[in-house]
Write a protein that binds this ligand. Structure first.
Ligand SMILES: [Zn+2]
Length: 741
């Protein structure tokens, strides 16, 4: 139930995910740390272990004696993981700090209210009161779980969302099993929405059961406590381990989820099936707003979707409340038989399934809504399960879709455990609704900054390895797009994508098979004159993100004439192949994806001012660019109304351009009789030439890759020139010879 910044780097891998946690505490590290740093250390150890908690789930605390800046005397302070962020990546600033005395004092206020208890106004009001308890001006807002930590007497408290413990918590016999597994050490508590009252329940539990070390919180998770921080961590491991053992003892092996009903096609066929369905499906789930996808097709998820019980369990939905904020109350499962390989049938099943899902969601909203509930949100599913293929999860960004996928992976693991232990139960719909549409959650959503202009968009930049393409990739990423960096030189494409990922962070959420587990950018190699190579590249992009919304082509070639001013025939052909046919092939292949998605898309090509200026020394290049200009107009007609097609026409961009190698720069300087020395460096020579070119323009300033990237951004964005297509924009500093007429 947390929102968090997308900066984390997922170190955890779902591979080798077992339910038995490992003790990774190192005394040599811990002993060098102050008490708050020890809390951060403990939290990170818990967060890094997927058997202990999920992304953004759980929180930890320590009660620490601090010197009060107001009085100089010692006071007890609760340091507790604050609102937002993740245990794995939390640092000191991720924790809020509150005067224990003031926090405890809130009880009087709360208990004095006429209406109190879960879901009363005073409960939500208490969240605002935590700010008044802040110790030492700590700006981190307190989490809704703060009273859980404050009202448990012990010095150190861990609250986690381990799959094994949630299996118990979401099991029909959870209460009895808790007693059976833990005796009097861990006490069962019934489900209750987190808040002040749940804190009071835990306080009473501690009083009534002085020997208890922890509690299973029904349909939610685990909480445990200790006077010593290392022992608290070890207790967390031990309690989770005991739940995991109980599950393994009853594991149903072949009979898990009722046994296998469908068989998966081989990996290669599966991928082909995914590619034939993804852009179309993305278009459907993006009916209200665009979504980015993450595909998961590992053995664990395949076992689930292929099982006899999958339809029944999928319909029951996820249980842990912070799961279904992203996974929605339930996934969409379609009963497709993968052995038929019938894609048309799969499509019609998905189509029917989506319709029924949306209708169900509306029913759920209407049935559960309260007088002051926020308006109904997007009724499309965020998790789609297909027998034989696996799962695709959707989110507003790559990172968010990975979290969605991670949470459904957790849900599958929870269901496996709960089914083994005696039967999975879901949260009552009204409870689910009261979390999904909680005013506090709504307020959190409203506080989020507005989405970036290119958020939810996947844009391929062909030629991203250098020059204008690289600059464009950076420019579009800055506006929130997920970027597919493409270049003939695969390594350079990957370098650009690595730069972007470094700048933006991988995001959060640990899920995704192969390249679908990627971050906000990927780097791919492709030869644009080879249709198969282009199709494969676009396929990888679709598998990584679910679809594509725009393509910018900056790849091009300039072959200078030989000493006699001639261009060999093969160089002429190569110039046309890359500058004209290449753009056409990319457009034609991308259009297949655009059409399948049915969402407005945009294509931006790169031509040249030379296309309209006849001159000596660049015969092949200039005529190829003239053809490219007309290609823009033809494509604009062919691809309308769904796709806008425009072009940027640069002139004499020297800086960082692969088209201006040292030899060409020197040849040009000599041609224009500009003095230079061979001893000068590349950049000096380029600057000299760029300055000369600048003087010939009306604006008198050098033309940079950033100028071109800006124009490419304006054209590719659907918001700037939404009604412009078939146009070529000159970005040339103003060359009167190049004026279009
Ligand atoms: Zn929790």
């Amino acid at each position: 139930m947390e929102t968090f910044p997308e900066t984390a780097h997922p170190k955890r891998k779902l591979k080798n995910m077992k339910n038995h946690p490992k003790n990774r505490w190192q005394d040599s590290v811990a002993k060098t740390l102050d008490p708050v740093a020890r809390l951060v250390y403990r939290s990170n150890l818990i967060g890094e272990d997927p058997t202990l908690t999920n992304t953004g789930g759980g929180n930890t605390s320590s009660k620490i004696a601090e010197k009060d800046p107001l009085t100089g005397s010692e006071t007890e302070v609760l340091w507790v993981k604050g609102s937002g962020g993740d245990l794995r990546t939390a640092k000191r600033d991720g924790f809020s700090s509150l005067y224990m005395e003031k926090l405890k004092g809130l009880q009087k206020n709360y208990l004095g209210s006429k209406a109190k208890g879960p879901k009363t106004q005073i409960e939500d009001d208490m969240v605002g009161a935590y700010a008044h308890c802040t110790f030492n001006l700590n700006p981190r807002p307190s989490s809704i779980d703060t009273p859980l930590h404050g009202f448990v007497h012990a010095r150190h408290v861990d609250h986690t969302h381990p799959n094994a413990a949630i299996s118990l918590a979401a099991c029909a016999k959870g209460k009895e099993l808790t007693k059976e597994i833990y005796g009097d050490e861990v006490i069962w508590t019934e489900w209750q929405r987190p808040g002040f009252d749940l804190g009071l329940i835990l306080e009473k539990l501690c009083k009534d059961h002085p020997k208890a070390k922890g509690a299973i919180m029904g349909q939610h998770g685990l909480i445990n406590w200790h006077e010593d921080d290392k022992k608290c961590y070890e207790l967390t491991l031990e309690l989770v381990g005991r739940a995991a053992e109980a599950i393994e003892k009853k594991d149903r092996g072949e009979k898990t989820f009722g046994g296998e009903k469908y068989k998966s096609p081989a990996e290669k066929e599966r991928k082909a099936l995914w590619l034939s369905i993804l852009p179309w499906l993305r278009g459907k789930v993006s009916a209200q707003q665009r979504m980015i996808g993450t595909v998961q097709e590992d053995a664990t998820i395949l076992r689930f979707v292929n099982s006899k019980d999958a339809p029944r369990l999928a319909e029951m939905g996820t249980s842990c409340p912070d799961h279904f904020l992203r996974t929605k109350i339930k996934p969409l499962y379609v009963a497709w038989d993968p052995t038929t390989g019938d894609v048309a049938k799969l499509r019609s099943l998905l189509e029917e399934g989506l319709e029924a899902y949306r209708a169900d969601y509306k029913k759920y909203y209407e049935k559960c809504k309260r007088k002051d509930s926020p308006a109904m949100r997007d009724p499309n599913p965020t998790v789609v399960l297909i027998p034989g293929l696996g799962m695709v999860a959707w989110g507003k960004s790559k990172s968010e879709s990975r979290v969605t996928a991670e949470f459904y992976n957790c849900a599958v693991e929870v269901m496996r455990g709960a089914e083994a232990l005696g039967g999975y139960i879901n949260l009552p719909q009204q409870e689910a609704f009261d979390i999904e549409y909680w005013q506090l959650e709504e307020a959190k959503l409203k506080r989020m900054p507005p989405e970036q202009e290119l958020a939810r968009q996947v844009i391929a930049v062909v030629g991203a390895g250098s020059g204008i393409g690289k600059e464009t990739a950076h420019r579009l990423a800055k506006e929130g797009a997920s970027i597919v960096c493409v270049d003939l030189n695969e390594k350079s494409a990957q370098e650009t994508s690595a730069e972007l990922v470094k700048k933006l962070g991988e995001g959060i959420g640990v899920a995704g098979t192969g390249i679908s587990g990627c971050g906000p950018a990927i780097g791919l190699g492709a030869n644009i004159v080879d249709r198969k190579s282009v199709a494969e590249m676009l396929g990888e992009a679709v598998y990584a993100y679910g679809g594509i919304d725009g393509v910018v082509v900056t790849a091009g070639i300039f072959v200078p004439p030989d000493l006699e001013g001639r261009i060999p025939d093969e160089k002429w052909a190569q110039t046309f192949a890359i500058n004209v046919t290449g753009s056409y092939v990319v457009a034609d292949e991308a259009n297949k994806i655009f059409k399948a998605q049915g969402l407005p898309a945009s294509l931006v090509l790169t031509t040249s001012v030379n296309a309209v200026v006849a001159k000596k020394g660049s015969l092949a290049y200039d005529t190829s660019k003239a053809a490219a200009n007309h290609l823009v107009r033809e494509l604009a007609i062919e691809l309308s109304p769904l796709v806008r097609v425009n072009a940027v026409a640069p002139a004499t961009v020297v800086q960082g351009s692969a088209m201006f190698p040292r030899d060409r720069v020197m040849a040009s300087l000599a041609k224009y009789k500009i003095p230079f020395s061979e001893k000068e460096g590349d950049e000096e020579l380029r600057t000299r030439l760029a300055e000369f070119y600048a003087k010939r323009t009306l604006t008198q300033s050098p033309i940079t890759p950033a100028d071109q990237a800006e124009a490419a951004f304006l054209l590719v964005s659907g918001k700037r020139f939404p009604r412009t297509t078939g146009q070529v924009i000159h970005v040339d500093g103003g060359l009167a010879d190049g004026f279009l007429r």
